[in-house]
Ligand binder design. Structure first.
Ligand SMILES: C[S@@+](CC[C@H](N)C(=O)[O-])C[C@H]1O[C@@H](n2cnc3c(N)ncnc32)[C@H](O)[C@@H]1O
Length: 329
């Protein structure tokens, strides 16, 4: 059927799809055309190239089949680049494979389907995965806010669910800042920030695989000289190389947040801001954590002023992930 569509370069397609989701027709399939994707629209939108194009009807049958097949079984799904990672209840191996195959048919942009075999574990916060369908490949490229993020979902930590939080931090960063990204992983925070801001970022990470992808991502995003990758333990690197260096410190190891509070404080300049991620029991207020922050600051001869805190996302049935922003003086 012929109708209006939003035409966008392939590399910006995923990000645009997320931004413009409410204007994109679900009954028609997007069209791929020589380096571009055209999304069928419900109405004309501002700020994008609008074209007339012929679109194919989506196959609602496949979607419906998938919904029926996964009802009460699928409790979550992450799509990272072209890899889908499913959270499935205990079912037979045949049924798991069937779900994987149906997912591939219903979503041609997904090329490999895995299931979670447990929680994130170990100091590198990596999860075991089981292959279900499609390509047997765990390396993919994910795009966020104009940044290309390459990673191996089986060897490093990465969560697409933190994109709104990364965007929040990017919006707070001003040109000219020095930013410390502690526990940087493959670099989603530094990449998203450095793509849009004139900054210098030190990214510290312990997992050698994550550091390799971080370096690769710096290269493919042409951010050499703006992001400095440092392979090492935050506990050693901050006191030795990054003391009082950051206008902003991003501390993204929520599981062990409180153990590294002093390092966060040590890394902040006079007046520097720390974005501190940690876990909180549902229904509790973070008063105890505020006290721990003050104590950590006192231990390093400084003070901490809490600016604000907010929920980032649900973490487990009993816990939520929160971020506390505080200023070090
Ligand atoms: C929860 S992940 C966050 C990664 C990244 N910031 C992101 O949002 O995708 C925490 C990261 O900290 C790294 N890590 C754990 N302990 C560390 C330490 N002592 N020093 C440096 N990195 C560490 C892990 O390997 C992991 O990549």
């Amino acid at each position: 059927m012929k109708t209006i569509g939003l035409k966008i370069e392939k590399k910006k397609a995923e990000e645009t799809r997320r931004k413009m989701e409410k204007y994109i027709r679900k009954d028609l399939s997007p069209k791929v055309e020589k380096g571009y994707v055209i999304f069928p629209l419900t109405e004309r939108t501002e700020g994008y190239k609008i074209v007339e194009a012929e679109f194919r009807k989506r196959e609602p049958q496949r979607e419906r089949k998938l919904k029926i097949l996964t009802k009460g079984i699928l409790s979550g799904m992450d799509i990272i680049g072209d890899i889908a990672i499913l959270e499935l209840k205990d079912i037979s191996a045949e049924k798991e494979k069937e779900i994987g195959m149906e997912l591939l048919k219903a979503h041609p942009n997904i090329k490999a389907v895995y299931k979670k075999l447990g929680a994130m574990e170990g100091k590198f916060r990596v999860r075991k995965l089981g292959w279900l369908a499609g390509e047997k490949r765990t390396v993919t490229e994910y795009r966020e806010s104009g940044a290309r993020i390459m990673l191996d979902v089986a060897k490093v930590y990465f969560s697409p669910r933190l994109s709104a939080e990364r965007n929040r931090i990017k919006e707070l960063v001003k040109d000219g800042e020095v930013v410390l990204s502690l526990f940087a992983g493959v670099g989603p925070y530094p990449l998203v920030i450095a793509k849009e801001r004139d900054v210098e970022i030190y990214a510290v990470e312990l997992n050698p695989d994550a550091v390799e992808y971080l370096k690769k991502n710096i290269e493919i995003n042409k951010l050499k000289g703006k992001i400095h990758p440092i392979k090492g333990d935050v506990r050693e690197v901050v006191p030795k190389q990054l003391r009082r260096k950051g206008d902003r410190v991003i501390m993204s190891l929520p599981m062990k947040g409180s153990e590294f509070l002093e390092e966060c404080v040590k890394g902040a300049k006079e007046g520097g801001i720390v974005h501190f991620y940690t876990l909180l029991s549902r229904g509790e207020k973070p008063d105890e954590i505020f006290k721990r922050i003050q104590k950590a600051a006192e231990n390093t001869g400084r003070t901490a002023g809490i600016l604000n805190w907010k929920k980032v996302r649900p973490y487990s049935p009993s816990k939520i992930q929160i971020v506390i922003d505080f200023r070090v003086t």
